[in-house]
Design a protein around this ligand. Structure first.
Ligand code: URA
Length: 427
């Protein structure tokens, strides 16, 4: 005999009511066991999307999702642990240089990541373009690598971590209930709290290529997540960062690994370096290491050495050539002028259509597919000058990618207002 009837739970939320703690615990548990069906959970997710949740409901929902699975315990590791989570963007490869950079300073980074769905790329998809690299690690391997090994792990989150969220996230993805603050905040924070990191820096993206299109929404999401983390005993801080245009000059899988290696070699685009260093400094400061120079560790090769160790520890060959795609197509400027906008969503969707991302979970991704950017907003351009190079293994995909770029590349006469990558913070 079940403690509640899910139809009552759905009706309460549909009519704008507040769910009790017991109702929430039961719903998440019953959904994980299969006693609440997907169609019932889809109705409840839509009711939450339309009616929202109180702070107490979100906190209880998060705790129930954590309780649906195992919790990792990094207490047995001598090094402090710090993690970063980005809410997802276009060209966002920051995790790749960031994890080894922070590990240089003896702070362990347990970066349990996911795959891409839709226009935002997945960290694991990017790393899998490195020959030999494997995403799966056992908990014992993770503990060993963080404690005694190179101190940084980027791997697939195990099936045991917040299984309720795995089921619910897949359902939200196909019922248009992803971009909802209570559901995003509880989804992200249940995984991060269950993962057991000591400190957490959130990178909440704002702009066309992000879930949150404006700063106020992003601030509310950040506030909700910081409070959830802090209440659960995880030191949590959030940056709000720009996602109106792609980060860096490369979008895709192998292309983003290539750009990350440029950053680890002391070069790379200024926006990627700036955000990597800001996040690294904050993770280190929260772990009690304030007087370290992260820029120097990028310049003098220490971060690159850690990267190589981290890639080798997961079977990859950091010296191997990265895969490239079969076809390339150049997009040129249609007029003289100033590049007023290069829209993150348009570039993200184009890259996805070129084969860098997947439409459904089971799709393979193309390692070499994606987009190289030759001019960023504010650049003066001449008619005929290359703006983008599209890469794909399937020629037919180029026309579809060009369609999604329509309206996303704007040439005019006025330089856009210079925008910093970091737009705000919440602590
Ligand atoms: N990432 C997650 O893990 N969950 C969400 O709901 C959105 C982004």
């Amino acid at each position: 005999m079940e403690a509640f009837d899910v139809v009552d739970v759905i009706r309460t939320k549909r009519d704008g009511g507040v769910l009790s703690g017991e109702q929430i615990d039961w719903t998440i548990d019953a959904y994980t066991r299969g006693a609440v069906k997907d169609e019932q959970m889809a109705a409840l997710a839509m009711a939450v999307f339309l009616r929202g949740m109180t702070r107490e409901e979100i906190a209880r929902w998060t705790r129930a999702m954590i309780a649906s699975g195992e919790r990792m315990d990094f207490g047995r590791i001598a090094r402090p642990t710090a993690d970063k989570h980005s809410t997802g963007g276009v060209g966002d490869k920051i995790t790749l240089p960031l994890a080894p950079l922070v590990a240089v300073f003896d702070v362990a980074v347990p970066q349990l990541s996911g795959r891409g769905l839709g226009h935002t790329g997945g960290t694991l998809d990017k790393l899998e373009s490195i020959p030999g690299w494997r995403a799966a690690m056992t908990n014992e391997e993770i503990y060993r690598e963080l404690g005694e090994g190179c101190g940084a792990v980027i791997c697939a989150a195990g099936a045991g971590l917040a299984p309720a969220d795995k089921k619910l996230y897949a359902l939200r993805d196909i019922t248009s209930t992803v971009d909802c603050i209570p559901l995003i905040a509880s989804s992200i924070m249940s995984k991060k709290i269950a993962e057991g990191t000591g400190s957490l820096v959130l990178d909440v993206k704002v702009g066309s290529g992000a879930f949150m299109k404006d700063l106020e929404q992003a601030r509310e999401l950040a506030r909700t997540m910081v409070d959830l983390g802090t209440d659960a005993g995880v030191k949590t801080f959030a940056y709000l960062t720009d996602m109106s245009t792609p980060l860096g000059l490369k979008v895709g899988n192998a292309l983003e690994v290539e750009e990350s290696v440029e950053v680890l070699a002391g070069g790379g685009p200024a926006d990627v370096v700036e955000l990597t260093c800001a996040l690294a400094r904050k993770m280190l400061e929260m772990s009690g290491k304030s007087d370290v120079d992260v820029e120097v560790a990028l310049k003098d090769g220490r971060a690159m050495d850690r990267w190589r160790e981290m890639i080798r520890a997961q079977g990859g060959d950091p010296e191997a050539e990265l895969p490239t795609s079969v076809h390339a197509h150049t997009v040129v400027a249609e007029a003289d002028g100033v590049l007023e906008a290069l829209d993150a969503l348009a570039v993200g969707v184009a890259s996805w259509r070129l084969g860098a991302g997947r439409a459904v979970k089971e799709d393979p991704v193309q390692a070499g597919a994606g987009i190289e950017i030759h001019a960023k907003p504010g650049a003066t351009v001449k008619k005929g000058q290359p703006l983008l190079t599209l890469h794909t293994d399937d020629e037919w995909r180029i026309a579809r990618a060009l369609e999604s770029l329509e309206g996303g590349v704007v040439i005019g006469s006025a330089a856009p207002e210079a925008r910093s990558v970091i737009l705000g913070e919440v602590q």
